[in-house]
Design a protein around this ligand. Sequence first.
Ligand code: NAG
Ligand code: NAG
Ligand code: NAG
Length: 389
Amino acid sequence: MKIYKGWHRLLFCLPLVFLVPCLLSVFELRQSSNVEVLPKKQNKKFDHLVLGTAAGQGLPDRLQCQGLKALNKTHFSSSSNVDISRDAISFVTVFAVYNISPHSYEDDKLSNLVTIGNTSYSKAERSMAILHVFINFVQVSMPQSNVIILTDPASKLSVARNGVTVFPIEGEYSRDKLMLQRIKSYIDFLERRLKLHSERKDCVNHYIFTDSDVAVVDDLGPVFQKYPNFHLALTFRNNKNQPLNSGFIAVRGTTDGILRAKLFLRKVLEIYSSTFIKASRMLGDQLALSWVVKSHPSFDAKRFTRPQAFMDEIHGASVLFLPCALYNWTPPEGAGQFHGMPLDVKVVHFKGSRKRLMLEAWNFFSSSDSNISDMLCLVLKSGRTKYDF
Ligand SMILES: *[C@@H]1O[C@H](CO)[C@@H](O)[C@H](O)[C@H]1NC(C)=O
Ligand SMILES: *[C@@H]1O[C@H](CO)[C@@H](O)[C@H](O)[C@H]1NC(C)=O
Ligand SMILES: *[C@@H]1O[C@H](CO)[C@@H](O)[C@H](O)[C@H]1NC(C)=O
């Protein structure tokens, strides 16, 4: 059935002379991994992996791919060069569980099942799968780090995995308040760490707050060494209205770092509550973050137009601005320009409907003998597809 679907689509879009060879190659692809060649017009959302051409081919600093094989090495860290002297790093993410009534759960089961690899997921299972794949990537790319999941105590979330801690924080985790609650939970978490910290001054534990729909594909430890003076780090892009993405916030684990980051986030929360509370429920925190940064008198927003890291002092904190191109890379959707994937990308963010691609990428990586670089070719080639998530 699946193969028939692929043929059918091609019959409409290709002149006859090209049909036979194309049918053969599509046939092979679909047989091997449920993959389809990207059609010209994309107005539907796909329920399976769809590959297009890889952007950025021929550009010297972009990942080069041959099919799903990477021609360049993209990452150099590995568990073999374990550095025992380095500071600990924890990834911190907020995860909310929404109760689905028995009735809607049945509906969900029947009509909304999605399949990735050999596994089908209901809506609720899907978001757990994203969380697990997030943890998987962290453990592959940074095996010495751990993951802390901030959640509603009422959710009774349990994740029985090594290196993973569920950390309940009281709050209002309903869907429409989640972004507001997330900053509150971050602040609350940092406050508690600060108390802990004043008792154990000897060891430093850095924190990286991220969305759970990100894949960490390279070691982030060097950020803390390469830029030794920042308190917190944010990711920026060349976007006039939303230059900062709230999906990645790194905090240095010194008393000063935790304290300044906490005060900075408190300022963001204050602006969020006073000015952007009516903004779309997904964007308020980002608008507030940008407001806090851009309203600082000495801040030069022109620096957002070049993808180079820089530092600035904002609200008493030394803030490191890291380019999204490396630390929060998103495959562009729709009409935006696409220059491919930088070779040293460290974090891929599967925003919105790209979440299917996150699960597909992990499935590809874990069920073949490919490496992370090859998997990034798959992400690159599929970056423009709209998925059903
Ligand atoms: C990943 O595999 C490609 C070939 O598919 C190879 O060129 C590359 O060196 C490998 N990268 C790593 C990090 O092992
Ligand atoms: C990436 O691979 C291509 C093809 O093998 C090669 O021409 C290019 O020099 C490589 N880029 C880097 C930065 O190594
Ligand atoms: C998925 O199913 C195929 C065919 O039954 C099997 O060969 C493969 O090992 C399975 N993959 C995983 C990851 O379980």
